[in-house]
Ligand binder design. Sequence first.
Ligand code: AMP
Length: 140
Amino acid sequence: MPSIFTRILRGEAPASIVHRDTAVAAFLDIAPLSEGHCLVVPLQETAHLADLPPQTLDRLTAVAQKVGSALRAADPTITGLNWLLCDGKDAGQEVFHTHLHVIPRRAGDGLRLGGRPQKTSRADLDAWAERITRKFSECP
Ligand code: AMP
């Protein structure tokens, strides 16, 4: 059974896509911890980090870095970022297709990782994807 992320990448499930290349994609988390919360996902489905080819991990982090820059450029209220990678059930992993969270932080947001997701809609997620994508291509 393919993961939900593989289904998204095959076009079989909806997503608000920010970026896609030959190795990784980035899209909005459906249950964001903060506005603009993105996931960076390898096209190759591997359950665990140890199974990911090192060059794919390199690409994953490079794209996450650029997603972070694009988020900051798209929304000046973003003054920090958390990266989160849950590897294994006991580390809180829910989707067994390795992925890196890029979570925007804003001054005084009081956010707790593992806290409650924000209310959102597909229209909101699409609007965020459009804002981030516009800046993504401008980031080095
Ligand atoms: P974790 O495996 O704990 O690192 O987190 C899995 C993340 O995937 C959660 O933040 C979910 O909200 C997110 N997620 C699950 N299904 C979807 C989906 N269809 N589209 C986007 N994000 C998703």
